[in-house]
Ligand binder design. Structure first.
Ligand SMILES: [Zn+2]
Length: 330
């Protein structure tokens, strides 16, 4: 058991789940086997096992690849797929507006900032921009685009002093990180009292995740190490002294990818091996037409069901660091 001294409170980190049955978030023992699936994006055969905590509801990859093996799961095809999404500036409009509701100026740190598309959307005289990014190439691009300071490396190794930031953001990144308790403790440590943390992760309790099960594209095995629900994300944040200002789920329909995984297995069962999604040229008029039909039928059904079975597939949450417990004000 490790202890982290943080401001006036002490956080107990359960440490890595060595036996695979101890929850890495809340320390509850006797976690349930929950689901087995594969890296369907790359069409790989290895099975991975997910566990679910009975207490805090977190789902995690029981035996994740070691950090130095992870590189082989982030292929060039994968990077190409995700890099296309970030460069549409309108993608950030709503997130920027939500952040500005709670913080209008100051210093902003984006965790896993990639090529800096979100930071670039925040560029103005009101903000000093910072990022952390593993890839030196992406970091250089981000620095050029944002005129900010981008640290190359992991979140846990980033050398920022305590209470450096008015706002920290983390979009589509937290689910990729080992040791979420230490990450959240760092976020809390880096925030000024009253500073805000805006995080977005896939929702393991979403309607789509429930409908598609092992075929849900949001599993992203083994790149996603932790799978959050609104409850487990809130628990994690509160355990680091952060309080929710906004906690909601939104639609982020990529249902087409989940459906492709289903069809890959249907064809596979009759001996037809299809090109894995990561390596497939997107589109084709037949596929686009099929997707439209899906949007009009299945998706519409999901939208109706969503409030009953867990909501949209993206969790958007903004947390604030307590002023009272920071030791600065009381
Ligand atoms: Zn737990």
């Amino acid at each position: 058991m490790k202890q982290y001294e943080m401001d006036s409170r002490v956080i107990i980190d359960p440490g890595p789940a060595i036996d695979g049955k101890t929850c890495p978030i809340c320390g509850q023992v006797d976690a349930a086997d929950w689901l087995q699936s594969r890296d369907r994006l790359h069409g790989r055969r290895r099975e991975y096992e997910l566990r679910r905590c009975r207490a805090c509801n977190i789902v995690w990859l029981a035996q994740p690849p070691a950090p130095d093996e992870m590189q082989e799961h982030y292929t060039a095809a994968y990077h190409k797929l995700i890099s296309g999404a970030g460069d549409d500036p309108s993608r950030w409009n709503r997130r920027r507006a939500d952040l500005l509701r709670f913080k209008q100026s100051g210093s902003l740190l984006d965790l896993g900032c990639s090529s800096g598309s979100f930071l670039a959307s925040m560029r103005s005289d009101s903000w000093s921009l910072y990022g952390v990014e593993m890839s030196a190439n992406e970091a250089a691009t981000a620095e050029a685009r944002t005129a900010g300071k981008i640290v190359v490396g992991t979140v846990l190794d980033a050398p920022f002093p305590a209470e450096s930031f008015d706002a920290i953001t983390c979009f589509d990144v937290l689910e990729h990180l080992y040791e979420p308790r230490r990450i959240m403790a760092k976020v809390s440590y880096w925030l000024k009292p009253g500073g805000v943390f805006y995080v977005q992760v896939p929702n393991i309790d979403s309607a789509e995740a429930r409908v598609f099960g092992t075929y849900w594209h949001g599993l992203e095995l083994p790149r996603h190490l932790f799978h959050y629900s609104p409850a487990s994300l809130n628990f994690l944040a509160e355990s680091a002294g952060l309080r929710p200002l906004l906690l909601e789920t939104r639609r982020n329909p990529a249902v087409g990818v989940s459906l492709r995984y289903v069809w890959d297995d249907v064809f596979g069962a009759v001996g037809i091996r299809r090109t894995p999604v990561a390596y497939r040229a997107d589109g084709g008029i037949t596929w686009r037409a099929a997707r439209k039909v899906v949007r009009m039928t299945i998706l519409r059904g999901l939208l109706v069901m969503a409030p009953l079975v867990g909501g949209g597939e993206a969790i958007h949450a903004i947390f604030r660091k307590d002023i009272v417990n920071s030791g600065v004000a009381s």
